[in-house]
Write a protein that binds this ligand. Structure first.
Ligand code: GLC
Length: 649
């Protein structure tokens, strides 16, 4: 819509911002700003219409966009143009990611240059570098408590080192993903320090209250995120005699986005990050960014408005950067981060497929895929043009976030079922060979999540300790099957570093005073590059897993139909141990069938034919075998924890 007064206001700001500048903002930026102006104004008004500084702040937001784009290096502007021409570049089957802690992976940023050949060898071309910005030792939450959004923590190197790495990665055709810790800052951040010193301007950057009246009202409805290590949602600040909202740890202060100045400061920070060359910005904890008393303060409508506003701002000033919303919430709530109504596919471009991740672990523990199948109608609602991060493990715990209804649909009792899964992965259940641990047990509700490395959860740690060759083989098969299932689903596969070489739990965290309260550190390994040579030594578990993952990535890269084009449908395999999906593009089909059970699984050919015409033969891309398609009632057989990637040729 054209609003004359709005466009005059923007023209005026543009004129002021560029007077005396040698370079006028490029024409495509002005086009985007003009085209987005009405939406920007509408969203800003929805959030801040009642704020006394509304008009002033709206102009400041536009100034921030102009300045952010003016500071964007020309190489990145060219990259923006290429991505815009390509359209939805992140849906491609050619992208495979890995998430890693730079210090634990190789020491520091400059050490990463030497490791680019390792990623190439494996087939990884997108790196999610875990938080690198300044974060106080001992109160860092793995870097998610940021004290300076513009200074790389000296432990990793400098901002220049990060820029250097980004340039090398770009030269190698790689993509970079990093976090913006949008919901909170460290209590050592300059804003928090000023608030502690009594400055009312900065106290308004946080949710601060002189007594318990409002905190108690909030607490009545807010769940606890870390009930064991950080109970409650508020912390007493001795220095200024006030309570501050701290949803996560006591040292992570929640930012008050009801104050438009906070949004503008953080927008400026986001554009600063964009201008470092980040391709995918992971917005940490977006479910929490808007708070209202009387609610759980999660997934509120205005949290979505805020994200939509941020999305439009980024689309204007740094259009090549995609936004990933790290919303690890109930399945229906996750879907809403892709946008709804006229904002469908206009909010987060990418979200974590946390529901499916947890369902894979569920199916592995029970050998039963019915809950996974029950969840798909919901997950299939994802709009075209958006995508998932698909993963088996990440740096966080595994939350059993699928709904009770999905569990009931599969015929189980939700409480008893979740109890079983937790017992299974913490190794308590008799017969379980998993070696994980419960994380954040809520003593009131008995809710808990699960920590543990992929290999240890799949039984490799206990199998190696017992020297049991059959158990080792079983664990290795489980690992490969789990990776394969995730890699071909559609979406960006994100490996977690160490899993590609079957790293076991690392128990050093227990001795570290900055980490001993958080068992997620058990699955965040230190990579020993001397022992990594084993990946080339046939006979070792490392060799087996590394080669398998490498081969899966290679297969994926050659199959365009694995890109995420709304081209997945789920099979009804008539066998509760098997999950099967069909990926298709034009006349080409890929049938991915995965046996989550400990025994061989029989599938009738009818289960395949039910999905449409089959040729006479299908080729398994994994084994290279050609299978003659049999009559309806004859079987295709999958080995225990085996899988097949069958294509028509
Ligand atoms: C996200 C991160 C997690 C962190 C939390 C608080 O969920 O993934 O590691 O503890 O945010 O920042």
């Amino acid at each position: 819509m054209y609003r004359h007064s709005l466009h005059q206001q923007i023209r005026q700001i543009l004129g002021e911002s560029t007077s005396g500048a040698t370079e006028y903002p490029d024409a495509s930026f002005i086009t985007r700003l003009t085209a987005n102006a009405t939406t920007l104004q509408g969203l800003f008004h929805e959030l801040y219409g009642a704020h006394p500084d509304h008009d002033l702040c709206f102009s400041d937001m536009i100034r921030t966009l102009i300045a952010g784009h003016a500071a964007r290096p020309s190489a990145l502007r060219d990259r923006d143009d290429r991505k815009l021409d390509e359209g939805h570049w992140f849906l491609s089957n050619k992208i495979t990611g890995m998430s890693l802690y730079v210090d634990r992976f190789c020491g520091e940023l400059n050490g990463m240059h030497d490791k680019l050949s390792y990623f190439k060898e494996l087939g990884v071309n997108l790196l999610h570098l875990m938080p690198l910005f300044e974060s106080p030792e001992g109160e860092s939450d793995g870097g998610y408590a940021v004290s300076d959004f513009r200074r790389v923590d000296p432990r990793f190197g400098s901002l220049e080192d990060l820029r250097g790495l980004q340039a090398s990665m770009q030269g190698e055709g790689m993509y970079l993903m990093m976090d913006i810790v949008f919901n909170h800052t460290s209590h050592h951040h300059d804003w928090a320090r000023r608030a502690k010193a009594g400055d009312p301007v900065y106290q308004d950057f946080f949710y601060m209250f002189p007594d318990r009246t409002i905190p108690d009202a909030y607490d009545a409805d807010m769940p606890e995120i870390f009930p064991e290590s950080a109970p409650g949602n508020f912390t007493w600040v001795e220095e200024c005699g006030k309570w501050v909202m701290t949803v996560f740890h006591k040292y992570q202060w929640d930012l008050n986005y009801r104050n438009p100045r906070v949004f503008i400061e953080m927008l400026d920070t986001v554009l600063f990050h964009a201008n470092l060359g980040i391709d995918i910005l992971r917005i940490d904890a977006p479910a929490f960014i808007w708070k209202e008393p009387g609610t759980t303060c999660q997934n509120l409508p205005k949290a979505h408005t805020l994200l939509r506003l941020l999305r439009r701002c980024v689309a204007t000033a740094a259009p090549g950067m995609a936004l990933l919303g790290e919303a690890i919430v109930a399945p229906a709530d996750i879907m809403r981060y892709f946008g709804t109504g006229i904002f469908t596919a206009q909010e987060c471009d990418i979200a974590y497929n946390a529901t499916h991740m947890a369902l894979q672990w569920d199916a592995l523990a029970t050998g039963d895929t019915r809950i996974m199948l029950a969840a798909q109608p919901e997950l299939q609602q994802k709009p075209f043009g958006t995508t998932w991060i698909n993963y088996v493990r990440c740096h966080d715990d595994i939350g059993l976030g699928y709904t009770d209804e999905m569990i009931r649909q599969a015929g189980f009792d939700p409480y008893a079922h979740r109890r079983y899964i937790k017992d299974y992965y913490s190794g308590v259940h008799p017969g379980s060979d998993a070696r994980g641990a419960l994380f954040s047990v809520n003593p009131k509700t008995q809710d808990a999540r699960i920590s543990g490395s992929m290999a240890s959860l799949c039984g490799l740690e206990s199998a190696l300790a017992q020297g049991d060759a059959a158990a080792i083989e079983r664990a290795l098969n489980r690992i490969v099957m789990m990776q394969a299932h995730s890699l071909f689903l559609g979406g960006i596969p994100m490996l977690f570093y160490g899993d590609e070489v079957a790293s076991l739990n690392d128990y050093a965290w227990m001795q570290d005073p900055g980490k001993h309260y958080d068992n997620r550190w058990m699955h965040r390994p230190h990579i020993n590059w001397k022992s990594m040579a084993e990946r080339h030594r046939p006979g070792s578990s490392m060799h087996y897993i590394f080669n398998a993952v490498q081969k899966l990535i290679r297969i994926r890269r050659d199959q365009e139909l694995v890109g995420d084009y709304g081209n997945i449908s789920w099979m009804h395999p008539h066998n509760i141990h098997v999950a099967g999906y069909v990926r298709s593009l034009d006349a080409r089909r890929l049938y991915g069938v995965f046996n989550f059970g400990k025994d061989p699984a029989w599938l009738t050919w009818y289960a395949f034919k039910q999905q449409g015409h089959l040729p006479e033969t299908l080729k398994d891309l994994w084994t290279g075998d050609i299978h003659r398609v049999g009559p309806d009632h004859e079987h295709f057989i999958l080995p225990p924890y085996g899988f097949a990637l069958l294509v028509n040729e």
